[in-house]
Design a binder for this molecule. Structure first.
Ligand SMILES: Cc1cc2nc3c(=O)[nH]c(=O)nc-3n(C[C@H](O)[C@H](O)[C@H](O)COP(=O)(O)OP(=O)(O)OC[C@H]3O[C@@H](n4cnc5c(N)ncnc54)[C@H](O)[C@@H]3O)c2cc1C
Length: 403
């Protein structure tokens, strides 16, 4: 069974922050844009992002300092050309998001900035603790108000090069095949941590759509990848109660004063160290017998959220407080149980500064792409990468399709 064949100048695969940024940018460049996505347009990891997005706006900060922090957090494994693009364009990307309706939290006449793990400066902008939701809602509204066409529940299953671009095949829920001709294709289908966690029988923060088949399609076409083995654990997965297992406790809890404690009530690591270091410290502490156990027998340590000032929590952690309180725990009155959970695919398809993969006319942005974070991403740089490289991918794909 096959539906009527469709044709677009630019086909975007995925409707997370990176796909939406690419689709909006390509459409604004004056070409016909289609977005295919696996589930509903709203279903993605980006919408789950809570903590925030980095950009150097502080008086004591700069794009160069931001780049240096990325470089150090990646243990000098990131692609410096991509890092420079990311950090140089960060303020412009923030203003672009504002033009689309994102309202970042302000204080004292400027942005409310937090310091996140691995950062030497306060640099994390927030929309309360629903930053990803705010960004995806704004970009989705812009795309839906444009001439672009969205095809939800239409996952990509294969891609082939053609004389004037690409032929994509998608399969709808009813089994119907949807063939699409496109001048250029932007892959924005995210990472694979949901599938990886299922295979490892572990918890993950990820959305069920994060299964990685689009990366495999690109690799089979011959696209190069890097660091695909480097998966990131979020240091603070919720460990108890059961309804919070796999929830990513925002890193801003630690930015606003929460500390990690072992069973003796001792701090055992810098709560604002790079992610991999904090996760490893928790694993080590538990392995050394100084962890605690959840009522259902899982390993954990304590996150002392009672140290967060009430005002900071109310401004920057309202969603987290609501989730825990409705599960019967008040994080401002008691410590919460936490353990690292599988969270993010650090590596991915190799791209250049225009977000083009090693296959001409095939672009990639967001978590599916590698290099910007090397082998260890800093918090808050993924939403930024989605915006900066999503815009670049959309514009470059539009140029390619129009050429
Ligand atoms: C709980 C959580 C909290 C986070 N917090 C932050 C944070 O505070 N700051 C930050 O910077 N980052 C954060 N991250 C990371 C960041 O949100 C994601 O890495 C990033 O948003 C990924 O965006 P994306 O556009 O690449 O992919 P996604 O948002 O995952 O979107 C992928 C899209 O591709 C679609 N797709 C998948 N397969 C197919 C297919 N075969 N065909 C068609 N479509 C397909 C999916 O349906 C989805 O629409 C967080 C992540 C999680 C899970």
């Amino acid at each position: 069974m096959a539906a009527e064949r469709l044709s677009f100048d630019v086909l975007v695969v995925g409707s997370g922050a990176s796909g939406l940024a690419a689709a909006v940018s390509a459409e604004r460049a004056g070409v016909r844009v289609g977005v295919v996505t696996k589930g509903a347009l709203q279903s993605c990891n980006s919408a789950k992002a809570q903590g925030g997005i980095q950009a150097a706006f502080g008086d004591d900060d700069s794009a160069a300092q931001h780049a240096e922090d990325v470089w150090q957090s990646s243990h000098e494994t990131a692609d410096r050309r991509l890092v420079e693009v990311l950090t140089d364009e960060a303020p412009t990307a923030i203003h672009w998001l504002e033009e689309h309706g994102v309202e970042f939290t302000h204080e004292n006449g400027g942005y409310r900035l937090a310091r996140c793990g691995g950062a030497t400066r306060k640099r994390l902008l927030q929309v309360g603790d629903r930053t990803g939701h705010a960004i995806t809602t704004a970009l989705r509204d812009s795309f839906q108000a444009s001439s672009g066409e969205a095809l939800p529940n239409c996952p990509l299953v294969s891609l082939e090069p053609a004389e004037n671009g690409w032929v994509a095949t998608c399969r709808r829920k009813n089994g119907e095949e949807q063939v699409i001709d496109a001048g250029a294709v932007v892959l924005a289908a995210g990472g694979r941590c949901y599938r990886e966690a299922e295979e490892r029988r572990e918890l993950s923060t990820n959305h069920p759509g994060a299964t990685g088949e689009v990366t495999r399609i690109a690799l089979e076409l011959g696209a190069e990848s890097r660091d695909l083995d480097a998966l990131q654990y979020h240091p603070n997965g919720g460990a108890w109660p059961p309804t919070m297992q796999g929830y990513s406790i925002p890193e801003t809890t630690r930015a606003y004063g929460a500390t990690l404690l072992n069973s003796r009530g001792e701090e055992f690591t810098d709560p604002l160290g790079p992610r991999d270091a904090v996760s490893q410290a928790i694993f080590d502490e538990v392995d050394s017998g100084r962890g605690v156990e959840t009522p259902d027998g899982r390993p954990a340590v304590l996150l002392d959220t009672t140290r967060i000032p009430v005002e900071d929590a109310e401004i920057s952690l309202p969603y987290m407080l609501r989730r825990y309180r409705s599960a019967g725990i008040d994080p401002l009155r008691e410590q919460i149980l936490t353990y690292p959970v599988l969270h993010y695919q650090n590596g991915g398809l190799v791209i250049d500064e225009r977000a083009e993969t090693t296959l001409p006319g095939l672009f990639a942005c967001g978590e599916i792409a590698g290099g910007t974070h090397g082998r260890n991403r800093m918090m808050g740089n993924s939403l930024l990468e989605c915006t900066v490289f999503g815009r670049r991918a959309g514009r470059a794909a539009a140029e390619r399709a129009a050429a």
